[in-house]
Design a protein around this ligand. Sequence first.
Ligand SMILES: [Zn+2]
Length: 76
Amino acid sequence: MHHRYLTIEQRETLTNLVRSSVAPGVQLEIALKRLHQPDYGVCIDCGRDIGFVRLKADPWILHCQACARLPISASQ
Ligand SMILES: [Zn+2]
C-alpha cells in the first residue's frame, strides 16, 4: 500500500486552517498534534489517503470518502 503523504505546504495550509478555526481548545490541541503525525491525512479505517481537498474542507476529518459513507461500526 502506498500513500501520497501531504506536502509541507499542504500541512501548513491545514495547520493555519485549524488554528484559525473556532474549535474547543482540547480538540484544537489534538488536531494540531495529529497534523504533525506522519500518517495524518490517512483514513483511520482503511488506511487510504483522505485527500487534501477533503481535509481542507474539514481538517478534523478521520475517514476517506468511501468509509465516511459506510455506517459507523466499532469506531468512535
Ligand atoms: Zn477509508
